[in-house]
Design a protein around this ligand. Structure first.
Ligand code: EPZ
Length: 458
């Protein structure tokens, strides 16, 4: 009998990983693109990946049902949902963008999942499990290789709330035997992840928590609003200081994730770079202000509506300078996409990456397409060129991959973007949305399929 149960469990585990594995195989596919088609039409933006990841972890904080709407169907969110199932939560997909989660039967606080190691947001399980169960064992996070990406500020916050933490065998082992208590925490670095993680741990802690020098991104506010919809008492999200009064219990909720600021910005750059005319729908224009401002400085036309923004690309675009900063500054997650747009402007632009120390890796790939960019430390000097030429390039991280797709849309001839698994971590149906805007792009498994595409589109 025992043998039989073990076999069933093993088969289930294999099936689960096999499902993700099959997705993994899809991740190794490629995009083949024939450039030269300005984008025209309308695109609808999905839910914000970086808000959804914190919200999925936050659903652990109650024993009631949590329904999350406008959830992006991307690899990172799906990996997080798989991990919830692995520790005993029930996860039911109501439709492709709505999921019901119930953590009442969670039986483990240890998440050891090889896929979890590949994503950054696994660290949110530490804050949520600590907040609810006062203990957690979670693999150190993975994610895009754009810098060292330590989690010392997360650990600083958890320790201040009364947690003992050690790192063993690549996992963060955390425990707060007699529960968490409120604290006054000053973040040495403005950190999105640490801000969200400490909020997750503090909402059920005894007493008041003040977190200073916090990140103010839209997704921080969204996670705080989600937790408050469950009965948490969080004030100040979106400002430099967040104040939390711990509550005894949180109840269920139905919550819709905000639109993805970075997906929207990516399509804004694609419209401008291809000299197209695109209406980008389901956005919050205020979240896009820094991106709109830069595209306007370059001479493009931006028309704002209540929940949409229209971008009309100017034929000859002016250079401008970019410095990435925490919100409301120019977002680091838009740096590669904006750099590609600047690389086709007439003149020289300077881009300063002040958030991550290694976020210019795409420059070597872009050079294969004819760009002229010099990188000196955390500054890139972009000399605009007339055009790009198609080439085979590798997506080295999520946003770099999206930037190379934009480059391929603008290039003469065919571009193959390899390793698109990175792109599918954060963009849902990226090629389908671009096809609907007139792009000649296809997801292919191998070179043979790519050749068929080239023969077909000529
Ligand atoms: C989040 O990463 C996003 N990821 C990133 O988006 C985004 O680039 C980043 O915030 C900045 O906006 C998710 O939300 C899953 P940070 P995170 O903590 O939380 C340093 C994408 O493309 N730091 O705000 O890891 C850190 O090294 C991804 O969607 C510490 O020193 O970013 C970095 O230099 C890429 N100690 C800076 O702070 C810490 O404990 C900002 O990092 C934490 C961070």
């Amino acid at each position: 009998m025992a043998y039989c149960i073990l076999t069933i469990v093993t088969i289930n585990t294999i099936n689960k990983y096999d499902k993700i594995e099959r997705k993994e195989q899809v991740m190794d596919h490629k995009y083949i693109i024939k450039g030269g088609h300005p984008l025209h039409g309308e695109v609808v933006i999905g839910g914000a990946k970086n808000a959804a990841l914190g919200i999925i972890a936050g659903s652990l904080l109650t024993d009631d049902e949590v329904i999350i709407e406008n959830l992006p169907d991307v690899r990172d969110t799906n990996v997080m949902l798989e991990a919830l199932k692995e520790i005993g939560a029930s996860v039911n997909r109501i439709d492709s963008h709505t999921v019901s989660i119930n953590a009442a039967n969670v039986e483990a606080v240890s998440i050891d999942d090889e896929y979890i190691r590949k994503i950054r947001a696994s660290y949110y399980f530490i804050g949520a499990l600590l907040g609810k169960y006062h203990k957690a064992c979670v693999p150190l996070p993975g994610g895009c290789a754009i810098g060292s990406r330590p989690i010392d500020q997360h650990i600083k916050g958890f320790r201040a709330l009364g947690t003992h933490i050690q790192i063993r065998n690549g996992c963060v082992q955390a425990g707060a035997g007699d529960g968490l208590h409120g604290a006054h925490i000053y973040l040495d670095v403005v950190s999105v992840g640490a801000t969200i993680n400490i909020m997750l741990a503090a909402v059920l802690a005894e007493g008041r928590t003040i977190i200073e020098n916090v990140a103010k991104e839209p997704h921080i506010v969204d996670v705080a609003n989600f937790l408050n919809s469950m009965g948490a008492n969080i004030k100040g999200a979106g400002t430099d200081t967040i104040r939390i009064r711990g509550v005894k219990k949180l109840h269920g909720t139905t919550y819709a994730v905000i639109p993805d600021q970075i997906e929207a910005g990516t399509f804004m750059c694609a419209a401008a770079a291809t000299r197209g005319d695109v209406l980008i729908r389901n956005v919050i224009p205020k979240h896009l202000e820094s991106i709109s401002a830069k595209l306007l400085e370059m001479g493009n036309t931006i028309i704002e509506y209540d929940e949409a923004v229209r971008v009309i690309g100017r034929e000859v675009q002016r250079p401008t300078d970019i410095k990435t900063l925490p919100y409301p500054g120019f977002p680091t997650d838009m740096q590669p996409q904006m750099s590609v747009t600047l690389a086709l402007a007439k003149g020289t632009s300077i881009v300063t990456e002040s958030i991550f120390e290694n976020r210019f890796k795409y420059v070597d790939e872009l050079a294969r397409m004819g760009s002229s960019i010099k990188v000196e430390g955390n500054v890139s000097i972009i000399d605009g060129v007339e055009t790009f030429y198609g080439a085979s390039v590798n997506a080295l991280d999520l946003r770099a991959g999206a930037a190379l797709v934009i480059a391929g849309l603008c290039a003469e001839g065919f571009t193959m973007v390899n390793e698109i698994g990175y792109i599918q971590r954060g963009y849902e149906h990226f090629e389908k949305k671009l096809q609907a805007l007139g792009a000649a792009i296809e997801l292919v498994e191998d070179r043979r399929e790519a050749m068929k595409f080239r023969m077909r589109v000529g």
